[in-house]
Design a protein around this ligand. Structure first.
Ligand code: 4NP
Length: 152
């Protein structure tokens, strides 16, 4: 089974949003993959999904109650097939964590869209709606890519 890890700075906002939205979308499509999310920093390790993110996940009935922020580890580079980051600085950070032989597994989520860009950190922008819309749209494009390449 394809293994995907979404990665952001804290693993309490963007990457858990992507993780649970991806799981929801895959289930609706009757597709399966192992989907997780992790952080590049230790800032929020052990903390639950940020309260401002929860309403978006409640809307899709996601069970995120037991999700706690985890930091990406060296071995994750071997374990996962795709490491999907939210912004360019996450990409640099992931490269400092995993082995260089796994750099080809790292992609920025919105690079799967026709307008490659960062998902801005809502921790700073406070624009959670924009964050949700960008992740929602880009995930559909990412799923299209996976389906077209017969990866799921
Ligand atoms: P995230 O947002 O990377 O989307 O989870 C952040 C959450 C917490 C912090 C930074 C970004 N922080 O510095 O604590």
């Amino acid at each position: 089974m394809l293994k995907i890890c979404f990665v952001c700075l804290g693993n309490i906002c963007r990457s858990p949003m992507a993780e649970f939205l991806m799981k929801y979308k895959l289930e609706k499509l009757n597709k399966s993959a192992k989907v997780d999310s992790k952080a590049t920093s230790y800032e929020e390790v052990g903390n639950p999904v940020y309260p401002h993110i929860r309403p978006y996940l409640d809307k899709i009935g996601a069970d995120y109650k037991n999700k706690r922020a985890e930091r990406l580890q060296y071995g994750d580079g071997d374990y996962y097939d795709y490491i999907i980051v939210m912004e360019a600085r996450n990409l640099t950070a992931v490269k400092s964590i995993v082995d260089s032989k796994n750099y080809g597994k790292i992609f920025r989520l919105c690079d799967f869209t026709s307008s490659p860009h960062d998902v801005a950190d809502p921790w700073y922008t406070r624009d959670f709606d924009k964050c949700y819309k960008e992740i929602d749209f880009a995930l559909d494009e990412f799923i299209d890519f996976l389906v077209k390449n017969k990866l799921i």
